[in-house]
Design a protein. Structure first.
Length: 326
C-alpha cells in the first residue's frame, strides 16, 4: 500500500482543540504512520467575517510540535455561511498524493497502516443516520430524489443501490457521513466534489424544492463523487475505520455516552501528558468532561449494550442532565 497523507480542517475555536487531540492520538497510537498530517486552514477573506485561522499561541505551537503541517487555502465558494465546505475547497491545496480526509473530531485508536486502503476505489463512512433526504408526502420518494441527482451528473443510478435493502428505505441508497473519505488524487476528487456541490447549491433540480440542502450538502454530493470514481460502500478491509482504529466521536458527551471502554481509555491516555493537558484544559468541554468528571457522569447514564437507536434521544437526555458541552 502506498504512503498517504491525512487531511483535516483546523480553525480558531473548538476545531483547534479537536485538532490537538487528533494530532496527539495519531502520534501516540499510530507511530508508524509514514505520511503527513495536513491541517488545512482557511485564510481571511471576503467570505469570512473574521480571521478563521488557528491563532498563534500554545495550541498552534503544540500542533506543530506534534508534526502537523498547516496548509493555507482560500475560500472562494463557501466560507462562513457553510463551513462544511472547507473540506471540499481544502482538497485543492493538498499535494496530489493519496489522502485520507478525517474530521478533526476523530480519535486515532490504533495503527493506520493496518487498514487495507485501495485508494483507486474511494469510500467513506457509513456511520450515518438517514438525515437526508426527507421525502414529502406528495413529492418524489427516495428513489426519485436520488435518481434525479445521478441523472444530473450522468451517473449510473442502479449500480449504486444496495439491493439487499428494501425499496424506499434510506439505506438502499448510497449515503455517507463525510467524517472520513479517501482517494488517490485530492486534486481530481476535490475538483469533482466542488463541481457537484456548487451545481446543486446554485441550480438545484426542481425535485429538490422541498429538501433542505444545508447542512447536508457535503453528504449529498460525497456519494455521487465516490460513485463517479468507481468507489462505493466500505468493505470489511476498512472495518478498522469507525472501529478499532478510528473513532469519529462528534462531541465529548456522545463519546462518553456511547463509545467503547477502549475509546475512553485511549482518550484519557492521550490527553494525560502535561503538554497536551495544559492546552486542552483551555477549552471548557475538554476540561469539564475529562478532568472534572462530567464525562464519567454521562457514561453512567447509558447502558452501552442497549443504547437508544437514534442519536437525538441521547442528546436530549444529556441536555436535560445539564451535561451537553461542545
Amino acid at each position: 500500500m502506498p504512503a498517504f497523507n491525512i487531511l483535516a480542517v483546523a480553525q480558531s475555536g473548538r476545531l483547534t482543540y479537536e485538532a490537538v487531540l487528533l494530532a496527539a492520538s495519531l502520534r501516540a497510537m499510530a507511530p508508524r504512520f509514514a505520511g503527513k498530517l495536513y491541517l488545512a486552514e482557511p485564510q481571511p477573506g471576503a467570505l469570512w467575517k473574521g480571521d478563521p485561522r488557528v491563532p498563534n499561541g500554545p495550541a498552534r505551537d503544540l500542533l506543530q510540535e506534534l508534526g502537523a503541517v498547516f496548509l493555507p487555502f482560500e475560500s472562494r465558494v463557501f466560507g462562513q455561511d457553510y463551513p462544511q465546505g472547507n473540506k471540499i475547497e481544502a482538497l485543492a491545496a493538498l499535494p496530489d498524493e493519496p489522502f485520507l480526509f478525517l474530521d478533526t473530531d476523530t480519535l486515532i485508536c490504533g495503527p493506520l497502516d493496518q487498514v487495507a486502503f485501495d485508494f483507486n476505489r474511494p469510500s467513506a463512512s457509513l456511520r450515518v443516520e438517514g438525515t437526508w433526504p426527507q421525502p414529502e408526502l406528495y413529492g418524489p420518494g427516495y428513489t426519485g430524489l436520488w435518481k434525479t441527482l445521478y441523472d444530473r451528473f450522468n451517473l449510473d443510478f442502479v449500480s449504486s443501490l444496495d439491493l439487499t435493502q428494501p425499496d424506499e428505505y434510506w439505506r438502499r441508497y448510497l449515503y455517507f457521513n463525510a467524517g472520513w473519505f479517501f482517494h488517490a488524487s485530492p486534486q481530481a476528487f476535490g475538483a469533482r466534489l466542488l463541481e457537484y456541490a456548487q451545481s446543486l447549491r446554485d441550480n438545484p433540480p426542481d425535485e429538490l424544492v422541498c429538501q433542505e440542502l444545508y447542512p447536508w450538502l457535503d453528504q449529498i454530493t460525497l456519494p455521487l463523487v465516490v460513485h463517479a470514481f468507481g468507489g462505493g460502500r466500505p468493505g470489511p478491509e476498512l472495518s478498522g475505520l469507525d472501529g478499532d482504529i478510528t473513532c469519529h466521536w462528534r462531541t465529548l458527551p456522545l463519546l462518553y455516552a456511547r463509545e467503547s471502554d477502549r475509546v475512553v481509555q485511549v482518550l484519557e491516555q492521550v490527553t494525560a501528558p502535561n503538554r497536551i493537558k495544559k492546552v486542552l484544559r483551555e477549552h471548557d468541554a475538554f476540561k469539564r468532561m475529562i478532568w472534572q468528571g462530567k464525562g464519567a457522569e454521562v457514561r453512567a447514564m447509558f447502558d452501552r449494550t442497549a443504547l437508544p437507536r437514534r442519536e437525538w434521544v441521547m442528546r436530549n437526555a444529556i441536555k436535560r442532565a445539564g451535561l451537553w458541552l461542545r
